[in-house]
Design a protein around this ligand. Structure first.
Ligand SMILES: [Zn+2]
Length: 298
């Protein structure tokens, strides 16, 4: 069974060369706040690797395939540029990379739905990482609802950014009320939702947890887990979530172990946490690749 990292971000050279300046020029201050920030210990929150460096990190981590997640950009133009870049990545490395498309409903319904179909024609296999709350549109937005319906029709899983209400605060953190995710999943039963960052532990929520656990179309990824829940309590979480609902995702190229003396390969270290967590064979196979293979293979 291939090992799949279901939550990886990547940017074109144009962005990597000077991320902060690029963000100002392209009107993407929220992304800049989250991704070009320096931690209190003086280290950057992430690196800006190119595709070759990603492939090396995957080799080192024993990861066979990465699912590239787009960003929840503020501008449609940026979304389109990232979708084209991801299409190029997938065309260049079809054996190693899959990719999700990003979008902004503000572009208007016809434009957004056409962009999704274009991305699918280009070989992309899902939508994400999206965030109505960060991108500033309502979960009841008409275009957004049409997007979710089309995603169901085309079998495109939708990856959504979810923040932990009880977690650490950081510059740029946006509240993402959990009830909204349950409502979306309920309103679109044919659409598969992947709630990033363990969905802020939605299945453990006192009021919403039961409904979430019964919603067969809600899945979760583990992106950035060591930063939010340290140490990883994978066994405990999986017992409640059900291992068939959880996908390993690292949030590469975010540095997941900021306290470490040497900056280790976060992808490898995090994958190793799952390999050594004492999970059952079934759980390990499902979480480290089986579930993502099932969801993202079109
Ligand atoms: Zn996220």
């Amino acid at each position: 069974m291939p090992i799949i990292d279901a939550h990886v971000h990547l940017y074109p050279d144009e962005v990597n060369r000077a991320p902060a300046a690029w963000a100002i020029e392209h009107g993407e201050p929220h992304w800049a706040m989250l991704c070009t920030r320096v931690r209190k210990n003086g280290r950057p929150v992430q690196a800006f690797p190119g595709v070759d460096e990603l492939l090396r990190a995957m080799d080192e981590a024993g990861v066979d395939r990465a699912v590239l997640q787009g960003w929840y950009w503020q501008n449609h133009v940026t979304c389109v540029a990232q979708n084209r870049f991801y299409a190029d990545c997938v065309r260049a490395h079809p054996d190693r990379l899959s990719a999700c498309a990003t979008l902004h409903p503000n572009a208007g319904m016809d434009v957004v739905l056409a962009e999704i179909r274009r991305a699918v024609d280009d070989g992309l296999c899902g939508l994400g990482e999206l965030s109505p709350h960060s991108q500033g549109f309502s979960v009841a937005d008409e275009t957004w609802r049409a997007v979710l319906a089309l995603a169901g029709e085309l079998k495109l899983p939708v990856n959504l950014h979810v923040t932990e209400p009880e977690g650490k605060n950081y510059p740029g953190k946006i509240e993402t009320p959990l009830v909204d995710f349950v409502r979306m999943a309920k309103a679109h039963p044919r659409t598969t939702f992947v709630l990033a960052h363990w969905g802020a532990r939605l299945p453990l929520h006192p009021e919403l947890g039961v409904e979430a656990r019964l919603s067969g179309n809600i899945h979760y990824d583990t992106a950035a887990s060591p930063l939010i829940y340290s140490p990883v309590v994978a066994g405990e979480m999986l017992a409640v979530f059900g291992h068939e609902r959880v996908m390993f995702g690292s949030d590469f190229p975010l540095f997941l172990y900021p306290q470490a003396e040497e900056q280790p390969s976060s992808m490898r270290a995090f994958a190793d946490e799952f390999r050594t967590a004492g999970l059952s064979e079934d759980a390990q196979v499902a979480v480290l690749g089986g579930n993502a293979a099932r969801l993202f293979s079109r």
